[in-house]
Design a protein around this ligand. Structure first.
Ligand SMILES: [Zn+2]
Length: 137
């Protein structure tokens, strides 16, 4: 298994009553991304993948944020992550007011909620990975 960071887009749909967001898809790293031990930079080509999913889903699946991995047990966002997230809050061309930013560490994962109106980013959820069998990696 590579030690490099991975990432991509979080993709989901909104219920008809606009009350529930379901994140049920994502994009995976592609070769145009920049992946290193301490950095993941998603390439613009993910937008093409998003568009394909959007069209294939009859325009119900859409962009809801970003995920990436960190080589930390308990992930903490970097200064660069924070800058990227702020940039995405200001510039993403999407319908929702909120975006989700997920970082998966080795033991825990965290989800931050970014609000596009007040430009605030707050921790929404911290979860723990259940025992994962790593013997086959
Ligand atoms: Zn990061």
């Amino acid at each position: 298994m590579s030690d490099n960071e991975s990432g991509g887009m979080l993709i989901g749909a909104i219920s008809d009553d606009q009350k529930i967001v379901m994140i049920n898809d994502l994009t995976l790293p592609i070769k145009e991304d920049i992946q290193s031990r301490f950095q993941y930079i998603r390439s613009e080509k993910h937008n093409n993948l998003l568009k394909e999913k959007w069209l294939a889903s009859n325009k119900t699946l859409m962009y809801f944020g970003e995920w990436h991995t960190h080589p930390q047990d308990d992930p903490i966002y970097s200064t660069q992550d924070y800058k990227n997230w702020k940039m995405l809050l200001n510039h993403s061309n999407t319908f929702t007011e909120d975006l989700l930013f997920l970082i998966a560490g080795r033991k825990h994962f965290k989800i931050w909620l970014g609000n596009r109106k007040n430009n605030k980013i707050t921790l929404l959820f911290k979860g723990e990975f259940s025992e994962i069998d790593t013997k086959n990696n």
